[in-house]
Every structure is written in structure tokens, then in C-alpha cells.
Design a protein around this ligand. Sequence first.
Ligand code: DOR
Ligand code: ZN
Length: 343
Amino acid sequence: MKTLTIIKPDDWHLHLREGQILEAVLPATVNSFRRAIVMPNLIPPVTNVDLAMSYRQDILTACPGDCDFQALMTLYLTDNTSPADVKAAADNPYVHAFKLYPAGATTNSESGVTSLPDLMPTLEAMAEYQVPLLVHGEVTDPAVDVFDRESVFIDHVLSPLLEALPQLKVVFEHLTTRQGVEFVLDAGENVAATLTAHHLLLNRNAMFDKGIRPHHYCLPVLKRETHRQALIAAAISGNRKFFLGTDSAPHDRLAKESSCGCAGIYSAPVALELYAQIFEDNDALDKLEGFTSLYGPDFYGLPVNSEQITLKKQDWQVPRVISAGTEEIVPLCAGETLKWQRA
Ligand code: DOR
Ligand code: ZN
């Protein structure tokens, strides 16, 4: 049987939630990933170091058995985040970044930033202390077409920001467009991007396949095939600016299967297996380990993991649903057969 052994990967963009969802989703992430950058969009959001330390403790408590998982915490940027908050984050060994949600851009982003120019002193402190800014790169103007929000964000928000602060470390999260790939390639070494398994696997047709598919709805929304091809080219290029971030975002099944279904794809149980499949389908399995396990730590200035994991080429069927106490979560590729699995 074909097997593939790589340095244990990290997930550089993950939603773990709290309570029974946290307990239900953590085992799948721990199984495939040694560390994860944990998103702060809880209710209320994780806006300071004290809240992050308390959330980190909840995650460690929920960790199964002898788990050696490391939660890399992030803080939620608001209109009130101060340079002193940035200094406190820089001084804390468990906090690794700030997350920018433009207010109203996505799930639990109501407390996000309404005007980036008004936050210049805070952003200057991030550049000074080299604390990365993780961006949800979409404008929120309802007049902008939902499929154009990433490219408009680049022109109107991110380019001016990096012109003003050329040293700022930025991770363009869950990149979805050709313009995004080109922007990251043209930017300095201080700008990188994460790529999700679902944006590499699916184009926007997947949301409308013989009916409306709420479990394929996420933000930034899936884009057309030409953009997916640009993302694949970036992922398999071996360029250190592009690394793994699942954006695995669990929601209760009923919150997605609704007249106003919420955004988020729960991919943790299948993500690593899908990345392997996508790299293999593009004759680039030799580039997988850099993307999953080397370039992320490099950007964040962290050591590469010493553990290894093995994947084997053997069909398995993804569960249709994962139970989470009184709730249920439908994973990406629910009920489908995948080619790679953990050995
Ligand atoms: O699809 C998404 N879900 N995109 C985000 O930016 C947030 C995430 C969530 O928290 O559910
Ligand atoms: Zn996310």
C-alpha cells in the first residue's frame, strides 16, 4: 500500500468554538495537527491577553487523553485595541497574532474594525513588535458584489495599509482569488497567505449542485474555477509564502440548514487527507510537506515539529454527521469516499 510520511503538520487558521462543539471537534484537529492558530471570534470575542489565556485553558482542558496539542492564541482586533494591548500580546508567549475582521464581514464579526485608518497607532505597534496581523480580506460594502469583495479589499484596504507600514507582518487568510495570489507574490517577505482545503477542492458551482448546498457556504465565498486553479498553482509551487490553514469552522447543522444559513465549512476531519489528494492529483506530492509543515512555522518564527505522521492510500468513508452533545455537525465531504487516510 502506498504511504506518505511527513513532519506533523500545523493548522495556521482554525475555529475551535467553545463548550460541547469544542469538545467534539478537538480530537480531529489533534489527530492531524500538532499546533493550530486559534481564531478569536467567540461571543464575546477574545480581545485581550487575559481572555486568550482563559480560552487557551478551556482548550487544554478539552484536549483528549495524552494530547500534545499546542493552541496558538490570537486576539480579536477592535476599534478599541490599543498599542498597549499589542505590547501585552508581544510579551505573551502564547499569543501569536491579531485577527482583523472588518466589522460585519463574517460570522461573529460585529465587534470588528469599522475604520482601519483610525487604528494606525495600534497597527504601527504591530509592525514595531512584529506581531502578525491576520486578515479576513473582504470589504463589507453591500454595494460591492460578494464575489469581488476580496479583490476590492486588496485595492482599497490592504495595499494602502502595506504602503503605510511596509514592515507589518500580514497573513492574508483563506485566499480565494487569482488577484489575491498575485498580490501576495508581489508583496515583500512579510506577507504570506493561508489556503483552505475547501477553496482548493471546490469552485462556486459546488454551492448549487442540483440544489442549494448550505454546507458548501463559507466566507470568503467559493469562487469560479479560474481562481481555484490559481490557488492550486500557489499551493503546489513550493513558494514559502503559501501554507496550510483549514479555516475549519464548525456550526450546528440546523444553523446551516436554514433559510439564512451561516457561513463556515467544518473540514478538520478530512482536511489533511484532502490536501494530500489535491497535491497528488496535481503531481505535486513532493511539495506537500513544505506546505503543511515547514513554511508556516518559518513565517511565524516557530520551530518545525519533531513528530512525524503517516498517511496511507486507502479508501474510507467520511461520516455523514458528527455528534456534538445536543448538536450535530456535518463535515466537508460528508458520506463521500476519500483516498487518503491516517495510517
Ligand atoms: O466561513 C467562515 N466561517 N468564514 C469566516 O470568516 C468565519 C467562519 C466562522 O467563524 O464560522
Ligand atoms: Zn476563519
